[in-house]
Design a protein around this ligand. Structure first.
Ligand SMILES: C[S@@+](CC[C@H](N)C(=O)[O-])C[C@H]1O[C@@H](n2cnc3c(N)ncnc32)[C@H](O)[C@@H]1O
Length: 319
């Protein structure tokens, strides 16, 4: 990045704002969705007929509150998350958005939802099923609390696809290095799954699971938003990504599953990787990040993203 650009992005994203953005609370996560696209989907899902919606693993309430824009103003949103701090954040955010009289957030887990059978019009989640130990247990419990005819909707990615996408652009690497890094990502994905910390690419599996549990008319789409990173990197998405990469580098981490060396090694070994191979692979991942940052500093790095974020939905049968 040229000097003035470098200054511009650093000056315009304060430490506090960055923390807020990457902490799920704010515009950056909103930029995953185009309003026009969600409007179109809201019509297809008939969100104006939904009176009760449950946002599972709500974090600070981002996804459910975003959907609330498309529900009518007598609708109520419920949210659950195992993390007390996130629940507090969701309540604060709901208040700011004027939703406090129409929202209720509780500490709970998807494995045991504090709602009656067949009690809600819609149950949804975003980037949650990729974190749970057993996706089928989670989905089954979400369906239990859904009314007959109710809408199940989830937004879950395939992170392996995103990882692969980054290697077709500058800084280009030899195929051997790319294939080694993909192998690292793949083995770490399997290791994380094995230790019960979730399937990072679970979005890919959800349609079949919904069908297995008898949901009707199961459909899947991808979201229509890309993480475009283009000089002068002045939009919020680019600024946040650049800061995230710089911080990852400064903290001795890398843009691979696990992020830190300790975590990444743990997943790699659990996934069946060889301890002797790990240092070379880790170094390769760090070097790729370093070269990416150098290109950003020159103002020559471009990327259109490559996120595969699936929207999967279906309806609970009436009988
Ligand atoms: C990546 S965050 C997504 C937050 C929110 N859905 C959003 O899109 O902004 C994953 C969330 O899943 C929650 N989570 C993890 N395990 C869970 C479980 N077993 N039951 C419910 N939520 C869980 C985490 O606490 C976290 O808030």
């Amino acid at each position: 990045m040229k000097k003035e650009n470098k200054k511009a992005y650093r000056a315009s994203l304060s430490k506090e704002d960055y923390k807020k953005l990457t902490g799920f609370d704010g515009d950056w996560r909103d930029s995953w969705w185009n309003d026009s696209y969600l409007n179109m989907m809201a019509q297809q899902w008939k969100l104006d007929q939904v009176q009760t919606i449950l946002d599972v693993g709500c974090g600070v309430g981002h996804w459910g509150q975003r959907l609330m824009r498309h529900l009518n103003n007598s609708a109520t949103i419920y949210g659950i998350d195992p993390e007390t701090n996130w629940i507090k954040g969701a309540e604060e955010r709901a208040k700011k958005l004027g939703l406090n009289t129409r929202s209720e957030y509780k500490v709970a887990s998807v494995e045991s939802l504090p709602f009656d059978d067949n009690s809600l019009d819609m149950v949804t989640c975003q980037t949650v099923l990729i974190h749970v130990k057993d996706i089928k247990t989670a989905v089954k419990e979400m369906i239990r609390v859904l009314k007959p005819g109710g809408l199940f909707l989830c937004a879950e990615p395939n992170n392996f696809g995103r990882a692969a996408a980054q290697y077709v652009e500058e800084p280009l690497m030899a195929w051997k290095d790319i294939s080694d890094l993909l192998e690292l990502e793949y083995i770490c994905t399997m290791g994380k799954l094995k230790v019960g910390e979730g399937h990072q690419s679970a979005g890919h599996l959800i349609p079949a699971i919904l069908q297995e549990f008898g949901l009707e008319n199961v459909q899947v789409k991808t979201n229509n938003q890309c993480a475009s990173i283009t000089p002068p990197y002045s939009d919020l998405g680019s600024k946040t990504m650049i800061k995230l990469m710089q911080d990852t580098w400064d903290n001795g981490a890398a843009f691979v599953l696990g992020s830190t060396e300790i975590n990444c090694r743990r997943y790699y070994l659990e996934g069946g990787g060889d301890n002797n191979s790990f240092p070379r692979l880790w170094n390769l991942a760090r070097q790729h990040l370093k070269k990416t940052l150098e290109k950003m500093n020159e103002g020559t790095y471009v990327a259109a993203g490559g996120n595969i974020h699936y929207l999967v939905w279906g309806h609970k049968g009436i009988h």
